[in-house]
Ligand binder design. Structure first.
Ligand code: ADP
Length: 683
């Protein structure tokens, strides 16, 4: 039985070999890839040379092993287990039959695999009755591409003719595989190129050495308005260049073709192109030379940059108008990169600091050097607290320009932080406030001068007025004693007018004190009701025509303050009530207590104050548009002084008025603490 199995088949005849070889050659001639040819190669050799099983092994480049590709078996037999294990197994170089062929690059013939030490699938092969194996490499020169493997059930001794034939077939198939792979690669790259050309957003135009169009992609059609059919073989310059540029283009091309030199290749250029309808527009162009033998061919990549240009122009315009606005407003902007210490200044900022821009971003030193030495500490502190405490950056300080002039700037800014909170930049504005601050200084000086003048003048006036008052008193006494009726009248006039001047001088002096913050009051507890009633009685005596009526005489309204000053306020309110009472001859005075406050109010039924002017009643020099002049005239000082006095007492003054119907002025003052020491003071 064993002997039978080991029966050697007859050697294959020459004719059989030639038929097989021919079949393989024809297959290779008709196929366009190894994949497609393999089934027929396996069939031609397997069948033609009398094998039962065949397989192709190919290199898995990534794993560096051989794996099984196609398999074949003779019609009447099957080797399911062997086929299945072959599909699962892989061979490194030198291992198993395929690995051995890979390692040696030579065909291998094993007459009896059972006696072979290096046949990995022996057990399965034997169980399915396979005994002989041969394999040959597919080679392209020295490059190894794969292995064809054949097995048979009969034991066959190596046949040198077949082995020779396999060597030649291996290299024939190798060449075929290389060629078809290269062709496939070319086809693939062509397809890729076509896809790129198709989908590119830029116009891609290829032209030959004569400047004629060879290729024209869809984007070129879209941008220039010609279809590919319309342009191929026509001169490119004529199609897409404005007439003015064509000659230069032709000259340049000619020069390049004859010398191989030209300034355009490989550079990015901006120029004007023309559409099929003659419309001209800006494009960006890059030209490359295609590396082929023979006369040069060029590909141009052309991008329509109309929108980019427009956007750029718009940006330039808005930058220009921003710069203009900054110049007009004397407001510059700045940015300080805290990581690199670089600063970026707008033109106006440079102008404010009196520096010419240097074309690159200077460091913050440039700024610190310009800060006035005396303001340096303040500025540093402002920056520090902005960075550390997240305070808004807002500071006014002096700078000294490089030419030595001093300016005052107002800088504002804020800190930009990254997500983790670390400050990275400061951005802000700088305003030249030199003029404004000079004007402010001047105004302050003028105010000071005025107050100084007021106080000097009123002091100077006070002495003669007091003197005049004394002499008027003397004359009055004399007139009373002698009963001189002739003298009484002029003396009365002198007294009234001197009284008026006296009050005015006092008021002017008070104004100068209020303005200078020097109004003096002596704070002692006193009875407000008594003080008010005293003034009422005194005035009633001098204004007999008017009836001053006191209501709700809430007694014991003790307040802490300067009695004379509060009486001055009451006097002014009462005089006003009388002065502006028009035809009505009644004035009501109310004394009351509201919680911890004492209040008194003075109501008249006279001319009132126009509604739109009521907000300004306590301003200095305010006079209502309906206030009469002449004897009733005033300077608008009384309420201003009154307001200052009441405020100084921690009180409030206010009014309600209706034009033509009358006004109520009210003053409220905090009640004094009724502690024993107050009481002692009062007694
Ligand atoms: P003067 O009375 O000397 O002008 P005041 O400061 O006392 O100055 O008053 C300012 C202005 O307020 C007055 O000129 C007048 O127009 C208006 N005014 C004050 N009190 C009254 C009042 N009781 N009725 C109407 N107008 C008044």
């Amino acid at each position: 039985m064993r002997e039978e199995q080991r029966m050697t088949t007859e050697r294959v005849g020459t004719e059989q070999r030639l038929v097989a070889q021919y079949a393989v050659s024809r297959t290779l001639a008709e196929s366009d890839s190894l994949d497609a040819a393999t089934p027929q190669i396996l069939d031609a050799i397997g069948l033609g040379l009398g094998w039962d099983y065949a397989a192709l092994w190919l290199v898995d480049e990534q794993r560096d092993v051989l794996v099984c590709g196609d398999t074949w078996h003779a019609l009447v037999v099957e080797f399911p287990e062997f086929e299945s294990i072959s599909q699962r197994i892989s061979f490194a170089t030198g291992v198993g039959l395929p690995g051995r062929v890979w390692a040696s690059g030579e065909p291998v013939w094993i007459a009896d695999i059972a006696r072979d030490a290096n046949f990995a699938r022996l057990r399965v092969a034997a169980s399915e009755g396979l005994h002989t194996a041969m394999a040959f490499p597919i080679l392209f020169g020295r490059r190894f591409l794969g292995v064809f493997e054949f097995l048979g059930r009969e034991i066959r001794e190596p046949d040198p003719d077949i082995l020779d034939m396999l060597v030649s077939l291996g290299s024939q198939i190798g060449q075929f595989a290389r060629r078809t792979r290269a062709e496939a690669a070319v086809r693939e790259s062509e397809a890729r190129k076509a896809a790129i050309l198709e989908s590119a957003l830029d116009a891609i135009v290829t032209m030959n050495h004569e400047g004629r169009v060879i290729e024209w992609n869809p984007a070129a059609q879209r941008i220039f308005g010609y279809t590919s059919d319309e342009v191929v073989d026509r001169e490119m310059a004529e199609l897409i260049l404005p007439p003015a540029l064509r000659q230069a283009h032709r000259r340049g091309l000619k020069h390049y073709v004859s010398t191989g030199e030209g300034p355009i290749i490989g550079k990015r250029l901006e120029l004007t192109a023309m559409r099929s309808d003659g419309f001209e527009f800006p494009v960006e162009l890059t030209v490359t030379r295609i590396p082929v033998d023979g006369p040069p061919t060029f590909t141009g990549y052309i991008r329509d940059i109309t929108e980019r240009k427009l956007a750029l122009e718009q940006l330039k315009r808005s930058e220009a108008s921003l710069a203009e606005a900054q110049r007009i407003a004397h407001l510059g902007s700045w940015e300080w990169d805290l990581l690199t210490d670089e600063v970026r200044w707008s033109d106006e900022t440079y102008r404010i600091y009196g520096i010419t821009p240097c074309g690159f971003a200077p460091t913050a030193d440039i700024f610190w050097q310009l800060v006035h030495p005396q303001d340096l500490a303040d500025v540093r502190q402002a920056v520090r607290s902005t960075l550390e405490e997240n305070q808004p950056y807002d500071i006014e300080h002096r700078i000294v320009r490089p030419d030595g002039t001093e300016r005052v700037v107002h800088r504002q800014g804020e800190v930009i932080r990254e997500a983790a909170g670390k400050p990275v930049r400061m951005v802000g504005t700088v305003l030249d406030v030199t003029e404004r601050s000079r004007a402010l200084e001047q105004a302050e000086r003028a105010l000071e001068l005025r107050n100084h003048f007021l106080s000097m003048a009123s002091h100077e006036l006070k002495t003669p007025v007091t003197l005049l008052k004394g002499y008027a008193q003397l004359l009055r006494n004399q007139a009373d004693r002698t009963g001189d009726a002739m003298l009484r009248k002029p003396v009365g006039v002198i007294e009234r007018q001197v009284g008026r001047i006296h009050r005015l001088v006092d008021e002017l002096l008070d104004v100068s004190h209020v303005e200078g913050g020097r109004i003096k009051s002596e704070m002692l507890p006193f009875d407000l009701s008594a003080a008010v009633l005293e003034v009422v009685d005194e005035l009633q005596a001098t204004a007999p025509g008017v009836e001053l009526q006191v209501h709700e005489r809430a007694g014991g309204l003790r307040v802490l303050g300067d009695r004379a000053r509060i009486q001055q306020v009451v006097t002014n309110l009462l005089i006003n009530a009388v002065k502006y009472s028009g035809n009505s001859k009644q004035v009501d005075i109310v004394l009351s207590q509201h919680g911890d406050r004492a209040q008194f109010s003075v109501t008249d039924y006279g001319i009132g104050i126009p509604e739109e002017q009521q907000g300004r009643v306590f301003e200095l020099y305010f006079r209502g548009s309906n206030a009469p002049g002449g004897n009733y005239g005033g300077l608008g000082l009384g309420l201003y002084i009154g307001n200052a006095i009441v405020e100084q007492h921690g009180g409030e003054i206010g009014m309600v008025s209706e034009e033509g119907k009358g006004s109520t002025f009210h003053v409220s003052l905090p009640l004094a603490d009724t502690n024993p020491s107050d009481r002692e003071l009062q007694s």
